[in-house]
Design a protein around this ligand. Sequence first.
Ligand code: ATP
Ligand code: MG
Length: 498
Amino acid sequence: MRDTRVATERTPVRAAARFVARHPRSVGSVVVLDAAVLWVGYQTVLMAAGIAVVAGASWRLLDRPTFDRFAGRLLRAWWRRWWSYRRQWLRIMTACNLTTIDHKGNTLAPRVTRVKSTWSWDTVHVRMAKGQEPEDFEKVINRLANSFKARSTNVRHLKPGRIALDFQRREPFDDMFVPLPDLAESVEAVDLRRLPIGRDEYGRDFTLDLLGRDLHILLGGATGAGKGSFMWALLRALAPLIRAGYVRLWVIDPKGGMEFGIGEEMYYEFAESDQAGQKLITKYTSILDARKLELGRQGVRTFTPSLETPLELLICDELAAMTAYADKAIRAPFELDLSKALTQYRAVGGRTVAASQEPTKDVIPMRGLFPTKIALRLDSASYVDMCLGEGMRDAGAFADKIPEYLAGVAYVKKDGRREPLRVRAAYTTDDDITELVKYCTDRGATVTPIRREATDDEHAGQAEKDIYSFDFESIEDADDEIEEIGYFEDDEGDEEIA
Ligand SMILES: Nc1ncnc2c1ncn2[C@@H]1O[C@H](COP(=O)(O)OP(=O)(O)OP(=O)(O)O)[C@@H](O)[C@H]1O
Ligand SMILES: [Mg+2]
């Protein structure tokens, strides 16, 4: 390979200047380190480095997810960029026939411009060499995966001349067992802000918060992806409240009750067809409209589920059957009622969970109204952004790459968090569902009343915080944290000529 550049003479000074311009952070760190050694001596620098390493290692040991969020990603992206990608880049590009030759006989190679890293995936942005097309990379995709020792690789077109190569480094759910949480003993044992559903990729509990972040939940997933497991896990987590009458279930299963028919006894209302589904949602909205007026008249600002005003959970499996494939006379009013349910009842205890195989705009025109979106295995890459929102696949939500054998694995996107989280729901078998139905319909069971804010205590401020109370003003100021995925970027200059 000739070490030349087109129409430019490569002198050592010019090459060094280019290197500094392209890697300001790495060069800056080395300069600062050298200056510190000269200034305070290498013993002090070594000691400081040792303390930083011990502090970082302890942090990682004690709380790996937060370490990864704030420091791990950046360190990993930096390390991978130099060690895994840059170091072997030219060798692998040449071995995989991903170099081209120009009119002067110079060999042109694609160039790494940016590396991003999440716990399971790395993304390498590449500027293609002249004469290349994305298909050249697609043709050798398995060779690339093997060469970079990745479990799988994927090519994405970013813009003309640019592609992203995604490398899957690990699959945490291969070895992780996701246990089904025990049925809670009593109403007191259920925390509506932390309803256990499964585990996340770090092995932490994955929970849903029906009082705060996860007011309405949209599940998108191909057939057999495991949408049912999220919905059953949610019902299992709510079991004592369902039994006590503090949560009422309104279930629409337009596929003839195939999936939810088994739990019919524990629902407040159940619809097995699209006509029945339409009637059900009309009743649902009329009850919640009346409640909205009533609570508004009383000036109630805090909603607490009670026997008089239970949390009304609307579940709609296979939403497409109601919104896209139903007769217009059913479809139009259903869409209106659903949009109303998603926008008007959060303060009066209306919650919605809906599932669909196709999360497209035609099928779910109101998908933007769901604050929490969960993408299970999807059939096509374009469905990922449709389900989770614009740019989520770029941010690392590779739902179309979830293998079939990993049913129940999904990417979760919550409002206010930019970063998707990979999770797996616990699997509720038919036997577990039978147990759940028996539990929820055991009317003889003693019901502990829900703990309320002390009503007889004038000094309510001194009362213990009521875990079920829902202050809808707090939602407006909900946590707005925005997170960036760690990356290292180097996007200047022309492509490298090797
Ligand atoms: N969380 C999970 N963990 C392990 N296996 C699961 C999980 N969820 C589902 N499965 C497996 O996948 C199969 C299909 O799951 P499920 O019926 O929930 O899919 P679905 O997305 O509802 O599909 P459809 O759209 O056809 O109703 C289950 O029978 C089970 O074997
Ligand atoms: Mg299903």
